[in-house]
Design a protein around this ligand. Structure first.
Ligand code: 13P
Ligand code: SF4
Length: 354
């Protein structure tokens, strides 16, 4: 495993083996040196590194002890017995790690790794919704800060949102804060959706199974600033050029985009789809680095990327910053204990659903 390697030549050879088709040698030499420094320090400090699927290819394929989507990494964070968790991801992910494993020190390599969804809603907003719809269960996407999770009954990720909503066995649910994820889940679960905070209710949903069903979902109008940018026109234009391309969209994309795609799922579900299928080309409508990571793991597959759309938050996490995180003990993620305890209930309840 490269995450344990502390010899530069061995690291370079290992990175080269995995990344020859996506990262030029000159960068591999440079990053192999940083990677071994990180691994040495990681061992000295008894730390574990978790790497989200969106990390850039050299980082993703060298230093993380575990890689995955939000759900998989939150499970790893909960289980680790190391003293320090370095989260190569964004702040809400670091907070989730702290919520689940509070005795550990959690470090986020950048203090600029936010998320437009997490910024879109406050704990006061959730309290106001609960007052307006008393007794209605609140499902909150993990892409939120701890105080918002603390106001919620249960969390979900893109990997389990449908299962979480169905587990509640209710005909009305408050689903926050991503309007597109909500609309996609509403379609899958046969619910119709309303947005009490804006005049346009309900928003136009594509025709299809479940749209406008019996159950009611109460949504919020947060959006992922990355996935909201992909359009049906992008899909049509790519298909005109590559008629047999398989197009995969993250469920934070609009319902029109997910409906026009061949598959929609969490970051790990998209990776698995490419691994398990045989199309002449693939395009993933998500952060572009993940296209590199899939291409590296599947050199025989032809991956297209739309790199005009990037996540500015995930992209602040670099190998240099990860080294500094371990050297300088930064940036420490803390969650006030009263909030943590309430947020942990919602996250734990999600984890138990599987
Ligand atoms: P996943 O839970 O699918 O890894 O997604 C996290 C995220 O931030 C997507 O933009
Ligand atoms: Fe947040 Fe979107 Fe970036 Fe994911 S891709 S971290 S949802 S801004």
């Amino acid at each position: 495993m490269l995450s344990q390697v502390t010899n530069v030549d061995e690291m370079y050879a290992g990175m080269k083996e995995k990344l020859a088709n996506v990262v030029p040698d000159v960068e591999l030499h440079y990053k192999a040196e940083i990677a071994v420094e990180i691994n040495k320090l990681k061992k000295e400090r008894n730390a574990v590194i978790l790497g989200h699927n969106y990390m850039e290819a050299a980082l993703f394929n060298s230093i993380p002890d575990f890689v995955g989507d939000s759900l998989e990494l939150s499970r790893k964070a909960a289980q680790t017995d190391k003293d320090i968790i370095v989260f190569c991801g964004v702040k809400f992910m670091g907070e989730t790690a702290k919520i689940l494993n509070p005795s550990k020190k959690v470090l986020l390599p950048s203090n600029r790794a936010g998320c437009s969804l997490a910024e879109s809603i406050t704990a006061a907003d959730v309290r106001a919704l609960k007052a307006k719809f008393p007794g209605v269960p609140v499902v909150t996407y993990v892409n939120t800060y701890a105080d918002v999770k603390a106001e919620s009954d249960i969390c979900c990720t893109s990997g389990n949102a449908k299962a979480v909503v169905e587990s509640l066995n209710t005909d009305t649910v408050i689903f926050l804060p991503d309007e597109y994820l909500a609309a996609n889940v509403a379609r899958e679960t046969g619910m119709h959706i309303i947005f009490p905070t804006r005049a346009l209710t309900p928003p136009p949903l594509p025709q299809g199974e479940g749209a406008g069903g019996e159950g009611k979902m109460i949504g919020w109008t947060g959006r992922c600033e990355v996935h909201e940018k992909f359009t049906v026109n992008d899909i049509e234009t790519v298909r005109a050029q590559f008629p047999e391309v398989a197009i995969l969209a993250h469920p934070e994309c609009s319902p029109e985009v997910t409906a026009a795609s061949d598959f929609s799922g969490s970051t790990s579900a998209m990776i698995k789809f490419v691994q398990d299928s045989k199309a002449p080309q693939y395009l993933v409508l998500t952060e572009c680095s993940m296209g590199d990571n899939i291409a590296a793991a599947n050199p025989e597959k032809d991956m297209l990327r739309l790199c005009m759309v990037r996540c500015p938050h995930m992209n602040t996490i670099t190998m240099e910053d990860t080294l500094n995180a371990l050297k300088l003990d930064r940036y420490i993620i803390d969650v006030p204990e009263d909030i943590r305890v309430r947020a942990a209930r919602a996250v734990q309840r999600m984890i138990e659903i599987g």
